[in-house]
Design a protein around this ligand. Sequence first.
Ligand SMILES: [Zn+2]
Length: 218
Amino acid sequence: MKIRACLSCGASLTTRRADARTCSSTCRNRAARARRRTPVPPRMTAARRWVRWALRLRGASHAKVPLTVHGGLASSTRPATWSSHADVHTASHGAGRGFVLGDGVGCYDLDDALHRGQLTGWARTALAEISEPVLYVEVSQSGRGLHVFVSAPPGRGSVRKVSGGRIERYTTGRYIAMTGMPYTLPAEVRRATPLDVAIASTRQEAAWTTSPASQSVA
Ligand SMILES: [Zn+2]
């Protein structure tokens, strides 16, 4: 079993229940406030690209398997098995919701980007190098990784090993098991990214929709 950390503060959860996501009621409440303050942006929730997911034993290890809202097997390449965010949000099968990448939304997957809730050096560099507009950043299931959702056209995925970590980038044919636990990037990294991800989601969406064409109408 991989080491898990509190989604809010990064403390170890190894002695906690298997489904524990936070280390204390304080962190649970803080996580709930953060989710309300920075929800998953409408650019993603408006897309009919949502699934449920569950941990299933595959060989010797557990894999995150995508499920439909009815609990059957879903596939990141079969749109008929995807649902709206609202339907996935209220469905109870599996452990949580997942977003199928594509239609202009890609994701950087940075395993072990966080150590006790703090950005590691390699992850700081990796984040500063992201050139696409950032839509949303969240802490991953382990509490130690980051998902950085970006605006990107569909293309080939990539895995890049860097000193200290690994950077995976996908734009289609994959789904991301989400926590919905937003991560606010440090100011110096934020300055280096194209879009200020710390701003409220409503403004984030405004930034997304304010293309030159729509600006001329305003
Ligand atoms: Zn905690």
